[in-house]
Write a protein that binds this ligand. Sequence first.
Ligand code: SF4
Length: 357
Amino acid sequence: MLALMRTIIERPEQSGPEGGPVEELSGGVDPKTRLPFGVSRYYAALARSSDPASDPIAAQYLPSADELVTLPYETGDPIGDNRYLAAERLVHHYPDRALLLVNDRCATYCRHCFRRHFTGHGRGRITEEQLDAVCAYLRRTPAVRELLLSGGDPLMLSDREIEHLIERLKQVDPDYVIRLCTRMPVVLPSRVTEAFVGMLSRFDSLWAVIHANHPRELTEEFRLAVRRLLRAGVPVVNQAVLLRGVNDDVATLEALFRGLLRSGVKPYYLFQGDLAAGTAHFRVSIERGIAIMRELRSRLSGLALPTYAVDLPGGGGKVPVEAALLRIEADAYVFRGPDGGEHRYPRESELAGPARR
Ligand code: SF4
């Protein structure tokens, strides 16, 4: 059993009184890849059990002893952010897109987080000097057309800080499309206040990319947060992760995608689990992922159906699973990567891993 220490961390400045505070536990996990414990009271209240083995909400925020199992090919940086660092806090992997790590804090730390080399390690918010360097790089790299504000969760910053970030980036190029990559509508929907969306509505070409994994996350509070974003002219899309014991069955994913669509959210991606340290217990085999998607395709409209995608290990890039899969070998799935080369993703036995929930 993990030895855990409980502390209180501050809540984001703009969260409503019903939103926080956030609790944090730490300790007992490999310091290179450790992810703090932290959960909003709102999200914790969605769980029906405090046992991560029996509840799909608890499984996403409560640490389990399974996290202490790190497989040889798992790392803290499974999609290779560090390989594509163009400036401090700026990941430039794909020619037309760049990702800013604006803040390392989250309102809830997802136990499956793939950015655990950065998230929750105390590096805090992007500094003005780092932002200067990011803007200087962007000015000399006109191929970049889309900017992803991520972290951590950018909405842990205050409204004023987010406004300042967007202003600085739009000064470089007013035509940038900016994605706010946030889990707040799911884990702390009260953060999406009228004042916040009023500030966002000043800007063109903003998108919100959220992260819901289970239909029980689609509460009335969630729907209100989404409605506010939509009314402010900010389209909302969802990136889910296929998680064993949370949503790895057709009925759960069908309910999730239908519920998102009803809320005004386009299901955008369903991601295969990344090879993040201590997350083997969450991963589903790619054969099963493909079978689930086949069944979903027969039930759902194109609007409700996301693309099942995998980030090829080590920074190989994101590809659609079914279109890019070349062959299945005894110990690996072999994909055609965006670079035209072959990339391997390990073929794991679900039965050989930690116990299935
Ligand atoms: S909200 Fe995003 S960055 Fe934060 S822990 Fe969850 S997956 Fe990781």
